[in-house]
Design a protein around this ligand. Sequence first.
Ligand code: MG
Length: 277
Amino acid sequence: MRTLIFIALAAGLAAQQPPAASKPKPPRQEMVGDDIRGYSDTPQIPGQKWKVHDMERPRPVKVTPPPFVSVPPPSDAIVLFDGKDLSQWVTRGRGGVTEPKWKVENGYIEIVPRTGRLVTKEKFGDCQLHIEWMIPKEARGTGQNIGNSGVELMTRYEIQVLESHTNLTYADGGAGAIYGVWPPLVNPARPQGEWNSYDIIFEAPRFEGDKVVKPAYATVFFNGVLVHHRRPFLGTTVWRRVPEYRPHPAEEPLSLQDHNQPVRFRNIWIRRLTLPD
Ligand code: MG
């Protein structure tokens, strides 16, 4: 009798379900309280023993960085933001190229959420980039939703920006990560309301036709601490998938990600490098 009732109930429930195709399966995100640990249903990262955003991957060890030093640009640097205006930047969206809507005040830029990413007018390939960023003291959120932005080299190879002093997320998604591929070697993130710096040496990928013959590499100092030593990107940064390369020109703009959260930037300068192929 119980079995019959169960079958009847199950049949009734099944009848109420919409067809499977119309209901996308939500990603399986493992959480303990507010601690977003990552995923277990993502693909393996090629050449690594971890999956993309792997919940089991150990998070980088915290390191107290040296006192903050705001490094001024050398004479051959292109100054992308000197505290005054966004004259070196545009926003590119569905409406084409427009004036950026991000705020400039008190010598810094602040993301105005959902107004689109900030894109340089100039294009760059191999480069040395200095940029300073801060998560405002008032910012609230957890996991990937507090202080999320990113330094997008060639508009597609992302070094993650995120509140990572106290906030927890998956290892390859914290501040300084080559997002989705490599966690930083250590975590020297400063608290909200304090400035952080990235000094990035970026090597652009080389293509021959559709084939990548040299991947993109990043060497990154985060608050003066080495967090990546010539780490390869696997392709264009993506979420929950294995990145892939798609051929693009030798130089592309630098962009800063709009991930719907307020983050501040200042003292941004870049030097073109001529590196061997
Ligand atoms: Mg990001």
